[in-house]
Design a protein around this ligand. Structure first.
Ligand SMILES: [Zn+2]
Length: 133
């Protein structure tokens, strides 16, 4: 999620773009562009380097909840078809451990998505464009 810190009220606001680099934004709107802060409504000029990529915490929470429900859902499914007679079974037997591993897959996917987002944002923040006009 791309954000700009307002020069007037110092609040961060969202910059609506899914660009992967600052150069991409520069190609569209120019190196310097005017933008209105939705908090204080002041219209200021910004440099593309003022745009920073932040982790989308809401999206991460959504992914996490999805992984949690998939994890619980998987365990409930195996329990409902009689494959998990008790909790100890999950840790003590080969089949139990396999079921446990399968149920953890959604969390692995969550961590991969999180890592991908962080990598993408770090890449965006690392590559600046020249300050000169
Ligand atoms: Zn503002």
């Amino acid at each position: 999620m791309l954000k700009i810190k307002c020069q007037n009220c110092k609040e961060y606001f969202k910059y609506p773009s899914d660009a992967l680099t600052r150069a991409e934004i520069e190609n569209k709107v120019g190196r310097y562009f005017r933008y209105q802060c939705p908090h204080c409504l002041s219209n200021k000029e910004y440099h593309v380097n003022d745009i920073r990529a932040h982790d989308n915490q809401k999206l991460l929470l959504l992914y996490f909840l999805f992984a949690l429900f998939a994890n619980i859902g998987t365990l409930i499914y195996f329990w409902s078809i009689g494959l998990i007679p008790n909790i100890g079974f999950l840790f003590m037997t080969t089949i139990g451990v396999r079921i446990l591993i399968v149920s953890i897959v959604p969390f692995v996917v969550f961590l991969l998505l999180k890592k991908q987002m962080e990598k993408k944002n770090a890449f965006f923040n690392k590559h600046r464009v020249s300050k000169t006009r």
